[in-house]
Design a protein around this ligand. Structure first.
Ligand SMILES: Nc1ncnc2c1ncn2[C@@H]1O[C@H](COP(=O)(O)OP(=O)(O)OP(=O)(O)O)[C@@H](O)[C@H]1O
Length: 242
């Protein structure tokens, strides 16, 4: 009896929220070229929180900028869901960046002359939402991040941890599909960093946003769904358990 079974076609993976495929990026440094990314691959699913932990200069910010469509890679593709962003014009990429991608940086970059509430309203109004809707969403997010009492404060009247939570609220104001964080707790003391992280993780779980979080803090990295590193220009898994 012929027991041979026809090979089943390998099921294609459903599109991830974010997929980087074969990303290359080099920079000219005087006479020589620095090859920072050499074919990096990465998939992040909706609702997944991934830590990016790697030594300084290995290309974390470069990878985040490419994933966030702030920079084009020299080679490779960036997919958001099924959309290959490499094929898009600069205007189309800007629209995606405004609506579908949130950023949080090490320094909060809040607008100093506006209140916390207005800072969270801003990206929504740029997107075209009416002021009232933007204000309600801002209040909701600030309350969720336990900043309900701070909506009318300017950034200079907030603590470092409060400023970063406002920056998180602003980054998710347009309900992005991707959230990219570049050392957002790097300037905070351990307790405050922990508090900001807790607030952020609750938000990620509740909203299903796909999150890539660059940090040097292995304790925080160990609490995310998984951790990755950059090694010789490639994304590699990283163990955070010792
Ligand atoms: N626009 C640029 N022009 C030239 N070199 C650059 C440019 N951007 C980044 N580099 C170089 O590429 C390398 C990676 O930079 P990147 O900022 O991505 O590193 P990083 O891992 O985020 O570092 P850190 O943890 O210190 O922020 C560095 O050597 C940097 O000097």
């Amino acid at each position: 009896m012929n027991m041979a079974v026809d090979p089943q076609p390998v099921p294609e993976l459903a599109p991830a929220a974010l997929q980087l495929s074969g990303i290359t990026r080099s920079f000219d440094e005087g006479a020589r070229e620095l090859h920072i990314l050499k074919g990096a691959d990465l998939r992040i699913e909706a609702g997944e929180m991934v830590a990016l932990v790697a030594p300084s200069g290995t290309g974390k910010s470069t990878l985040l900028h490419i994933a966030g469509l702030l920079e084009r890679p020299d080679g490779g593709d960036v997919f958001l869901g099924p959309v290959n962003c490499s094929d898009l014009s600069d205007d189309e990429r800007t629209a995606i960046r405004r609506n579908d991608i949130g950023f949080v940086y090490q320094f909060h970059h809040l607008l100093p002359e506006f209140t916390a509430q207005e800072n969270v309203m801003m990206p929504q109004m740029i997107r075209g939402l009416p002021r009232k809707v933007a204000a309600e969403r801002a209040d909701e997010l600030l309350a969720y991040l336990r900043l309900g009492e701070r909506g009318s404060h300017r950034p200079s009247e907030l603590s470092g941890g409060e400023q970063q939570r406002v920056a998180v609220a602003r980054a998710v104001a347009n309900a992005p599909r991707i959230l990219l964080l570049d050392e957002p707790t790097g300037n905070l003391d351990p307790n405050t960093a922990n508090y900001v992280f807790e607030a952020l993780s609750a938000l990620v779980r509740a909203s299903g946003v796909a999150t890539l979080f660059a940090t040097h803090n292995l304790g925080l990295a160990g609490r995310m769904d998984r951790a990755i590193t950059l090694e010789d220009g490639l994304v590699q898994p990283l163990s955070t358990t010792g």
